[in-house]
Design a protein around this ligand. Structure first.
Ligand code: BT5
Length: 246
């Protein structure tokens, strides 16, 4: 059952890695790992995620239906971003938006990163949703990414209980996992469009093969970003980094 089994740690390498191991040992849908500190927090593409005490570092196991369309995997980080942005706005009464593909921004700066990973065990298709949120930790000084990142503390000046945010996120995620399972893709995509800080912006895309600039026009049915180039042609990007220029 979703959220019934929560493994809590003081310190761990990576909650995604720990949940992967639990899944390989048979942990089921909705199993959760939370740690106060991560020593080997993972970003995408072998990057590091700084995870000192004060942030919310958690991973959620999701078992997709047998007939799940794998093209829809791209919706998982997107809908998780919507869950986090909604939870942040609800808990702290501040504005938050989603940035393609996997960030949540407060005042234009990255407060949360999401790492979605797929896993196959015993013929079951599983996804791990890793969520890292800077809450009571400070990130605006001392890191190479300080200029473009922030935390709830740095935006509100207040320390907050992690438990309340955790609970709200779990409710928001559960709601969207149910929508995904029910095939309500259009609703999930529309919510992302509404909460998006990316659409309508001029952006630089750094993909695995090329880098280019354009206007972020929309997302397609699988959550890929559609970029309008200067000559009005479009490119669709499913993996890569996106920098807002406006
Ligand atoms: C992400 O990757 O944004 C995904 C981060 C996912 C972290 C969670 S924490 C719980 C779970 N367990 C894990 O091991 N991971 C997940 P990406 O888009 O590749 O961004 C990574 C980049 O963000 C790094 O290269 C840094 O530049 C920057 N960064 C690292 N730590 C940060 C932090 N705490 N806050 C803001 N930016 C950070």
């Amino acid at each position: 059952m979703f959220g019934r089994k929560i493994f809590r740690y003081e310190t761990i390498g990576s909650t995604n890695q720990a949940l992967r191991e639990l899944a390989q040992e048979g942990a089921g849908h909705g199993t959760i790992v939370v740690s106060k500190i991560q020593t080997k927090g993972k970003g995408r593409m072998t990057r590091t995620w700084e995870s000192p005490e004060g942030g919310l570092w958690m991973s959620i196991l999701l078992e997709t239906e047998e007939n799940f369309d794998n093209n829809k995997f791209g919706l998982i980080p997107l809908m998780s971003g919507c869950a986090v942005a909604t939870a942040i706005m609800h808990e702290y009464n501040i504005e938050a938006c989603v940035k393609w593909p996997n960030d949540v921004l407060i005042n234009g700066k990255k407060a949360c990163g999401i790492l979605g990973e797929l896993l196959n065990t015993d013929g079951k298709q599983l996804a791990i949703i890793g969520i890292g949120i800077n809450v009571n930790n400070k990130v605006q000084e001392g890191y190479e990414f300080s200029q473009v990142s922030t935390s709830v503390l740095e935006e509100t000046g207040k320390k907050n209980k992690l438990e309340n945010l955790e609970e709200t996120i779990l409710q928001e995620i559960k709601h969207r996992i149910d929508m995904l399972a029910a095939g309500k893709y259009d609703e999930l995509l529309d919510e992302w469009r509404e909460l998006s800080g990316t659409l309508g912006q001029r952006v630089i895309i750094a993909g695995p093969k090329e880098m280019f600039e354009g206007l972020a026009k929309d997302i397609d049915e699988n959550g890929s970003l559609i970029i309008e180039m200067n000559d009005k042609s479009t490119k669709t990007v499913n993996v890569g980094d996106c920098t807002h220029l406006d």
